[in-house]
Design a protein around this ligand. Structure first.
Ligand code: FAD
Length: 428
């Protein structure tokens, strides 16, 4: 190694400094590390305004950790990354894998165009997508056997901390962004603090409370995981100290995240096309006034409306309610899941292509699921079961029970029959 050599650490969905194998690789490759983030217009267009504002806040938090040495540049990575390599005189570029279809294609193009190696170390997952295969070497189609095989495969312990010398290079002014919702505190340190709070206050009750939108029973870490402010390996390692049932329950939810990334790895078309091909023949209704009522939380079904209003007001929605609102759109209003998925991507702070599109497919019944179309959530029964005192719905729908609250826009029993009839007509 020459006296002063440089590597570039190009951060994408891994905006943190701890438990970061690509950072370790960058530090081992040179005496100084340039930390780069590219504001890529194509990538930014995937998400809504508030998510972009959260990303800006996360970059500011990272810059503070780096003592102001984060290098931010706008433009197409195909042009920006080689330019920064030349400017810095760097000998290698280091990344964590981006396993989305667009990310894989972009990284292949950049690796071919760069004058220095593009070194990929680690991914946003405990087990890299594509690694867990059946005995026959094929991907898993269903979650439960995947979970078993994923746990057997195992994962590395958190990567050790390193403190490289950060290189100085001019940066654009960090982005600001405007959010339509109050943003939670962004950055790695806030994520670690949130995890610590959840571990001590709520993890033991997670197996029951995770399904209760009226309680603060979940970790609220999805936004940090989507931006890579914390790595699932860190969380999995800490679960060793948790009560076994709670640890297993939380581990299984993290495994859903890994499963969806794995499915997308094998089926890049799943972002838009049904995993079960026959569902391409399903009859759908065009989004109209009923879709508008769903978007605005005015369907007359309190749990659906509460969920949509929580999303609009906070940029987050409880998982149980995401399932109910999504099921309502697809099975009660007969609107194609991609319309709902687009609306969620535009409004969720944790918007993540793999998680969003594949959860939508799962709810719509055309995804990776053992008992697909017949699961039609009854929004009223779900409310009774998971929000028994109406605390959640009253928080978001305060006019409930007054003349201001709309009547139900559809008859659930009739639309359920209609959904099942459409499914019958779809069969060959
Ligand atoms: P916790 O209950 O604390 O779970 C811990 C972590 O496990 C989460 O942060 C998340 O990373 C993972 N997880 C939990 N449930 C799921 C699940 N069903 N699928 C995949 N991972 C899961 N999650 C996103 O991160 N981004 C999305 O864009 C997204 N869109 C969704 C769309 C629909 C229609 C549905 C039904 C679910 C969606 N989810 C999405 C999954 C889930 O709702 C959120 O991850 C969860 O509500 C986040 O809250 P939390 O961090 O408090 O979860």
């Amino acid at each position: 190694m020459s006296e002063r050599s440089r590597s570039v650490l190009w951060l994408r969905k891994d905006l943190r400094l701890r438990d970061h194998p690509a950072l370790i690789a960058a530090a081992e490759a040179a005496t100084e590390v340039v930390v780069l983030h590219v504001l890529d217009p194509a990538d930014l267009a995937t998400y809504g305004e508030s998510r972009r504002a959260y990303l800006a806040a996360s970059l500011r938090a990272l810059d503070a950790q780096l003592g102001g040495r984060l290098v931010v540049r706008s433009g197409h990575p195909e042009e920006v990354v080689p330019a920064v390599v030349r400017e810095a005189g760097a000998g290698s570029v280091h990344v964590s894998a981006d396993t989305t279809p667009a990310g894989r294609a972009r990284d292949e193009r950049i690796a071919a165009a760069l004058p220095v190696p593009l070194v990929t170390t680690g991914s946003p997952y405990a087990v890299g997508p594509g690694r867990v295969l059946t005995g026959g070497g094929t991907p898993y189609q269903v979650f439960t056997p995947f979970l078993r095989a994923w746990a057997e495969h195992g994962w590395a312990p958190p990567a050790p901390e390193v403190e490289p010398r950060w290189a100085e290079l001019t940066s654009e002014t960090l982005p600001a962004g405007t959010s339509t919702v109050p943003l939670p505190e962004a950055g790695e340190l806030a994520a670690l603090e949130r995890w610590e709070e959840f571990r001590t206050a709520a993890l033991a009750d997670y197996p029951v409370d995770r399904d209760r939108p009226d309680r603060p029973g979940t970790s609220f870490l999805s936004i940090a995981l989507a931006c890579g402010e914390i790595h699932p390996r860190t969380l999995l390692a800490d679960l060793a100290d948790a009560p076994p049932e709670a640890a297993a329950s939380f581990r299984a939810e993290l495994a859903w995240r890994e499963f969806h990334a794995d499915v997308l790895w094998h089926r890049p078309d799943a972002l838009t096309d049904p995993l079960r091909a026959e569902y391409a023949r399903m009859e759908h209704d065009e989004p109209g006034t009923a879709f508008d009522a769903w978007c605005e939380g005015r369907t007359g079904f309190p749990l659906v409306d509460a969920g949509m209003r929580q999303l609009l007001a906070t940029g987050w929605m409880h998982n149980r309610v995401r399932m109910v609102t999504a099921s309502f759109l697809v099975k009660d209003l007969h609107v194609h899941w991609t319309h709902g998925a687009r609306f969620f991507l535009d409004h969720l702070l944790d918007a993540d292509l793999a998680q969003n599109q594949l959860n939508w497919q799962w709810v719509a019944g055309c995804g990776a699921d053992a008992s697909p179309w017949f699961r039609i959530f009854n929004p009223t029964a779900q409310q009774r079961r998971f929000d028994p005192q109406d605390h959640y719905v009253r928080r978001w729908v305060p006019e409930l029970g007054s003349a201001d609250y709309p009547d139900p826009i559809v008859d659930h029993a009739a639309e359920r029959r209609e959904a099942l009839a459409r499914r019958e007509r779809m069969r060959p």
